[in-house]
Each structure stands twice: as C-alpha cells, then as structure tokens.
Write a protein that binds this ligand. Structure first.
Ligand code: NAP
Length: 321
C-alpha cells in the first residue's frame, strides 16, 4: 500500500477541521475503476458532512467529495468500455477530496468534448441532479416555465442553461444584483431578487426546483401552475412546514423531495446514462458550459468551504490536486 493524500474531517466543526493528510490508497473492486484525480468540486453537502450533519452512506469513503475529474489509472474486473489513461469525470458517494478514488464504472462519464479536464470536475453532481429532478422526475418540456431558486448556485447555473437549451422559459431567484446579471447572461428570461420582490408574483410555474424547503413551501405551492411539479432538493430553509393539500388538490400538483447521494447504484447508473445521452451533447456543442467561480488547491479545502459558505460565488468552486 503506497498511500495517498486526502482531506480528512478531523472532527465535526468549522472549515479548519479539514486536513490534507496521508491515508491508505483505495483498492479497486469488480465493476469499479480507480481514478487519478485532477480536481474535485465543493458541494453544499460537503459542508453539511463537515458539520457532522450528513454522514456518508454505508460503504462510501469517509472523505468528502461527490464528484471528480481525472484519468483512469486502473480498471477492475468486469468493467468494459473504459481503459487506463481515459480522461473522465465521475459521480461519487464520497471520497473526491483525494489524490485517488474508486467508483462504479456506471458512474463514470467521458470529459465532454471541448471541456477542460479540470473544469469537468464541476459537472457530474449538478448535471445528474438537474437532469434527474427537472427532466426525469419533473418532466419539464419545451414551452413550459421553470422557476430555479438560487440561480447563481452550482445547481442553478446548470439548470438555467439546460432548461433554456431544451426550449423552456426560465425564471430564477437570486440575492444580489451581480448574481442577477450573471443569470441573465446564462439565459434566464426573468430574474427575481428575493430580497426585494416576491417570486409568486412572476408565476405560475410548471416546475419549481427548490433548495429552501420549509421556508418556501407555502409560497412555492402558491406559485405552481395547474399540474405543476415542485422538486425539493435542498433544505436550506428548514425541513418542517405545513403543506396545504387543498391547494395541491385543486391544482393537481405534485411535490417531490429527493437526494441523489442515497439512491441505489442502479438508479444512479440510469441517471448517469441519461445525462450522457441528453446533456453531454449540449456541452459538446457549447450550448451549455461549465460555470466555474474559481479553482482552489485541494490542500486548501478549508478556504474553499469558507467561500461557499459566504455565498459570494457563482457556479462551482473547484479543488485542484
Ligand atoms: N437533493 C440532491 O440530490 C441535491 C444534489 C445537489 C445539490 N443539492 C442542493 O442544492 C442546493 C444548491 O447546491 P449547490 O452546491 O449548488 O450550492 P451553492 O452553490 O452553495 O448554492 C446555494 C445557493 O442558495 C442560494 N440561496 C440562499 N438563500 C436563498 C433564498 N432565500 N432564496 C433563494 N436562494 C437562496 C444562494 O444564493 P444567493 O447568494 O443569491 O442568496 C446560493 O446560490 C443546496 O441546497 C444543495 O444541498 C441537492
């Protein structure tokens, strides 16, 4: 065992608990590949994990990191279609903040044509979350209106671009004029500054992609169109609130809350395959671009976490090895 460097969470706490230190090398299992990591990216979930509020699922590495890009270093038994040296990115259940990581081959994607290998680290989590929620479960179609809360987030910047490319009308919420300008550049038809205006007034919306949870539940339901679909992926505004079923019933509306990380391997494989089929061509054609706020050395992951928590960023914060 040669060993590698990874970010270890010494104990639950603020960003200073993240330590770049020596850990054992991962060993590739049947159906998996070993990736030599070029970069990972910071997700809200990593902050929750650092705080001790979001433990990794069983079997996942203890280090944070839900996505990486890099080069295939080794291919395990029963893997077809991938070989050592391939430039790839991958959706992980954890362990991306490291020099090497193993992942089921079904969660590996090629680096899209025209995309830098480091920038590709910021794609798997947002691409899979947006595609599975807005399109697979939410069924957004051309001509419909999507409301994206947090348009400047990693998730938001991807959702705006993909929904526009698929012919939807897109409205998003943001907390600052700078983020509003960036979201308009990305294609948003209308941007609502939630500190000054009420997003309900710009509705109704066929699909809402929500990250606030309890705080926005009543207003989200109010803002849904008849037959509307509310997709809850974040609980930044709490988990418990009252749901007006009368309003839902009259609108024949749907509320769906889900987390990508805990889904079974078969479901993740289906999502990754659908993303490859439908979203990767949009990246290769340049219609959808990775939105990168900045690159931070992985050893300095603490600074990257502070940046995410301060919320001045637009798009993804990358961690480079
Ligand atoms: N369920 C899943 O499978 C899944 C997967 C991935 C991500 N997520 C969730 O998706 C969310 C975005 O993730 P991320 O990694 O892209 O995070 P991020 O880049 O840190 O974005 C968080 C965003 O929340 C926005 N925000 C804060 N208060 C708001 C409010 N009152 N109204 C509207 N927006 C508000 C911030 O924008 P302002 O600065 O403009 O306020 C910021 O852009 C997180 O909640 C994350 O946990 C869920």
């Amino acid at each position: 065992m040669i060993g590698m460097h990874a970010i270890v969470i010494r104990e639950p706490g603020d960003a200073e608990v993240l330590e770049w230190t020596d850990v054992p090398d991962p060993a590739v299992q049947p159906g998996e590949v070993l990736i030599e990591v070029a970069a990972s990216a910071v997700n809200r979930a990593d902050v929750m994990q650092r705080l001790g509020l979001y433990p990794p699922p069983e079997g996942a590495p203890p280090y944070p990191g839900l996505e990486v890009s890099g080069r295939v270093a080794e291919v395990g038994p029963d893997v077809t279609g991938l070989k050592a040296g391939d430039e790839v990115c991958a959706l992980l259940a954890g362990g991306g903040y490291a020099e090497r990581v193993t992942v089921p081959a079904t969660q590996v994607l090629p680096v899209p044509r025209g995309v830098d290998v480091v920038d590709a680290a910021g794609l798997p989590e947002v691409a899979c979350t947006v595609w599975s929620n807005v399109f697979m479960l939410g069924g957004l179609s051309a001509g419909e209106t999507l409301l994206v809360h947090g348009g400047g987030s990693g998730i938001g910047t991807m959702a705006i671009q993909v929904a526009k490319a698929r012919g939807a009308r897109v409205v998003c919420t943001v907390g600052s004029a700078e983020k509003a300008a960036r979201c308009r550049e990305l294609g948003a038809d209308l941007v609502v500054n939630y500190r000054e205006e009420d997003f309900v007034e710009s509705g109704p919306y066929d699909v809402i992609l929500d990250l606030m949870g309890a705080k926005y539940l009543a207003r989200n339901v109010e803002a849904l169109a008849t037959g509307g679909r509310l997709m809850v992926i974040g609980l930044q505004g709490g988990a418990r609130a009252e749901l007006d079923l009368g309003k839902m019933l009259r609108k024949r509306a749907l509320v769906h809350a889900t987390s990508l990380r805990s889904r079974p391997l078969e479901e993740k494989a289906q999502i990754v395959a659908a993303v490859h089929e439908h979203l990767w061509p949009l990246l290769a054609s340049g219609e959808v671009r990775p939105v990168i706020d900045q690159r931070v050395p992985m050893a300095d992951a603490a600074r990257a976490h502070r940046l995410l928590e301060e919320s001045g960023h637009v798009g993804k914060i990358l961690l480079t090895v």
